[in-house]
Write a protein that binds this ligand. Structure first.
Ligand code: M6R
Length: 366
């Protein structure tokens, strides 16, 4: 079943171009985007939607955090993203015009299911599931649904489920933007082209593997790591840190790079590797000055940049470049090297990549 691969996680990382292509297949074959992709009632519900509330755990929560940027920027919709296990024990104010979106690979995560139930009880009217398992509890309990077609994900560390969730959430964003008249017909065609480009762009991103493998050797000797990102790439830094902790047992924390000087900079010395997600977007200039702060304290930087990012390699600043800056797709593409880093560090350390200690694939208990 593993074919040429040694681990499920490795197989699943490399399946991402085809998993995303399967997930977006309906869009690739269509000339325009239709709300029906999210269920027969979606058009009616989307017309009434004035804001979004996303509920999820772990990696799926990180997908929600990325989606917030897209929903605000492209669809002009206010969006809240909550950790399901926290939401269910608060007293949030419900709004019947808020669409509740549950994101889950398994569709069986107890906290996510309970949070969605709770949201309904509080007075939220409609819910949508983004889920990888058609026969799951989550799919049964929501009004609308969109299936990620990642195929079975066996590795406990979520990889292809995450990127297919992101692809689905970008499609949701574009659909809502279209219905809210935020997109011209030309913009819509451009968005479809952008989505069509995604599988190929992922294929290119996977080509950084040999370079990442070299970094993994020195990384595996470390006990702690910081991950930095800004804007839509901050949740990608969180996801990279989660992957590293989960399978290599290295303590990793993610920070929004602008927060560095508000505390974590005190941790930086030559023992602390700092990973930065540095795409060539409008925040790159700000991020570079944050990286300078690390550099000045003797920290060792591992930077994932884009081909055209003006970031120079030096003795303590290692740079790996993705082949292009992909605009809206950038957070999806920048996920790939972080998954590869966690995987290769775990290989060097000899941990159980597919079944990390203490963790289960689906967390069906509170
Ligand atoms: O099945 P779900 O997406 O609801 O699972 C949520 C989390 O348990 C899951 O994403 C977890 O964080 C992953 N093991 C991370 O790789």
């Amino acid at each position: 079943e593993l074919g040429p691969y040694t681990h499920y996680m490795q197989k699943e990382i490399f399946e991402q171009p085809s998993a995303v292509a399967n997930t977006l297949e309906m869009v690739f074959n269509a000339q325009s985007i239709s709300p029906n992709l999210f269920g027969s009632e979606a058009e009616k519900v989307f017309f009434q939607t004035k804001s979004i509330l996303i509920l999820a755990c772990g990696t799926s929560y990180h997908a929600g955090l990325v989606a917030r940027y897209w929903l605000e920027t492209v669809a002009g919709l206010p969006c809240n993203v909550e950790i399901a296990s926290e939401y269910r024990y608060r007293n949030p104010i419900a709004d019947p015009h808020t669409l509740v979106v549950g994101i889950s690979q398994s569709g069986e995560t107890a906290d996510t299911l309970a949070a969605l139930n709770y949201a309904k009880k509080l007075g939220h009217r409609y819910s949508l599931a983004i889920c990888n398992v058609p026969e799951s509890a989550l799919i049964r309990q929501t009004d609308l649904r969109f299936l990620t077609r990642a195929g079975p994900e066996i590795g406990v560390a979520s990889t292809k489920a995450f990127t297919t969730q992101l692809a689905s959430l970008l499609l949701l964003t574009v659909t809502l933007a279209k219905m809210r008249h935020k997109l011209s017909a030309q913009d819509e065609q451009q968005m479809i082209m952008t989505l069509r480009h995604l599988p190929m762009a992922l294929q290119h991103a996977l080509q950084v593997e040999p370079q990442v493998r070299i970094w993994a050797e020195s990384f595996a000797q470390k006990r702690h790591a910081l991950f930095l990102g800004r804007g839509v790439h901050y949740p990608i830094a969180m996801e990279g840190a989660l992957k590293l902790k989960e399978i290599s047992y290295i303590h990793a924390e993610a920070y929004a790079a602008g927060e560095l000087k508000h505390g974590p900079l005190a941790l930086v010395d030559d023992e602390m590797p700092v990973v930065a997600i540095a795409p060539n977007d409008q925040l790159l200039g700000k991020l570079k000055s944050n990286l300078q702060e690390v550099h000045a304290r003797g920290g060792e930087l591992y930077v994932f940049a884009d081909a055209d990012s003006q970031i120079a390699q030096s003795e303590n600043e290692h740079v790996i470049r993705l082949s292009e800056h992909a605009g809206l797709l950038s957070p999806i593409l920048h996920t790939i090297p972080l998954q590869l880093l966690a995987y290769h560090v775990a290989l060097v350390k000899g941990t159980d990549v597919d079944k990390p200690r203490n963790l289960a694939k689906a967390v069906t208990v509170e």
